[in-house]
Structure formats: C-alpha cells, structure tokens
Design a protein around this ligand. Structure first.
Ligand code: AR6
Length: 171
C-alpha cells in the first residue's frame, strides 16, 4: 500500500514534473546552498522576491510559494533542524517538516509532491535516522489523506538512494 504512493527517484529535484517540490530551506527563506540554491537558480529571481514577502519560517514549519520557471507549479519551503547531537528535538522537528509540508499540500489541492532528504546535507542529520523519520511520517500521513496521490523521495546521490531503498523495503 505505502510503496505504491511513495516512490524513490535518484536525480535533481528541480527537474521533477510534480505539482509541488519541497525545498530544504533555512529560517530566513532567502536562499542558500545545496538543494535550496538549486531550486532558486532553476525557478528564477521571482522566487526570491516572493520569499522576501514571507518574513521567514520557523524550524519544523513550512511555507508555500509559486514555482515560477520550475516544472512544478508550487514550492513548499520547509526548514529542517540543524543536527546538534540528537537531544535537541531534532527528530520531532524533522517529522514536523514532512507533516507540515503535506498539510499545506492538501490545503492547496496539490496531489503529487517531491521531497529532498531534508537536513541530511549541510545541516548534518544522520542519513539513516532521517530516512526512517521521512518514511514513517509520510507513510502515516498518506494513510489518512488519500488526496495526495504520489510522494517522490528525490535522492541526489546513490548513497541516499540506497538508504531510502533499504528503509522503504522494510516497511
Ligand atoms: N536535488 C535533490 N537533492 C539535492 C539537490 C538537488 N538539486 N541538491 C542537493 N540535494 P542540503 P539541509 C540533496 O544541504 O541539510 C541550504 O544552504 C543533498 O545531497 O541541501 O536541509 C539551506 O539554505 C542532501 O541529500 O539541505 C539551509 O541553510 C539533501 O538534498 C541548509 O542548506 C539536503 O541537503 C539546509 O541544509
């Protein structure tokens, strides 16, 4: 059941043809490196202009913008936790990112969503631990919200892809 609606893709999230892609942003929402930089480059300067109107976003929460030059009509910007050893609510905050992003998707009528591996790059969250949280949170949400037809986990490298394969295979 879960594996029909959750799919793993290896590649660049900016090239995904879905209703919404999720950005692993920072609290300023004003751009950065990693997937955030790639999304802003691909979407064009109008994305930053809209982000400026949002006045930031707390860690664990999410905000919606248009996708501009992306194939995706929407971008959901979420702010993952910086890994600080695991005793600073990192797990809860990361779970909140996935849930809040999907809540916004449902409210907007979005039916397909692509997520990057939030917090596992510059923010240093251990990959396998983050992957388990992502799969659990998204799986639980989809079980209760049939309006979302498809969630893609977009993995930028083979190591991340293999980790998602392993964790999804166990569920
Ligand atoms: N498509 C898909 N995944 C990507 C792409 C891409 N084009 N580029 C990188 N990744 P990161 P974080 C992967 O560092 O850890 C920014 O400066 C990457 O390999 O982008 O949440 C923000 O502004 C990794 O697997 O995000 C924040 O300050 C995953 O995306 C900070 O980085 C997340 O890596 C957020 O750090």
């Amino acid at each position: 059941m879960q594996n029909k609606t959750m799919e793993i893709v290896e590649g660049d999230i900016t090239a995904q043809s879905v209703d919404a892609i999720v950005n692993a942003a920072n609290t300023s929402l004003l751009g950065g490196g990693g997937v955030d930089g790639a999304i802003h480059r691909a979407a064009g300067p109008e994305l930053l202009a809209e982000c400026r109107t949002l006045q930031g976003c707390p860690t664990g929460d999410a905000r919606l913008t248009k996708g501009y030059r992306l194939l995706a009509r929407w971008v959901i910007h979420t702010v993952g936790p910086v890994w600080r050893g695991g005793n600073n609510f990192e797990d809860e905050l990361l779970g909140n990112c996935y849930r809040r992003s999907l809540e916004i998707a449902v409210k907007t009528g979005i039916r397909s969503v692509a997520f990057p591996a939030i917090s596992t790059g510059i923010y240093g969250f251990p990959l396998e631990r983050a992957t388990r949280i992502a799969v659990r949170e998204v799986g639980a949400f989809l079980a209760k919200n049939p309006a979302i037809e498809k969630v893609f986990f977009v993995c930028f490298d083979r190591h991340t892809h293999d980790c998602y394969q392993r964790v999804l295979g166990e569920s």
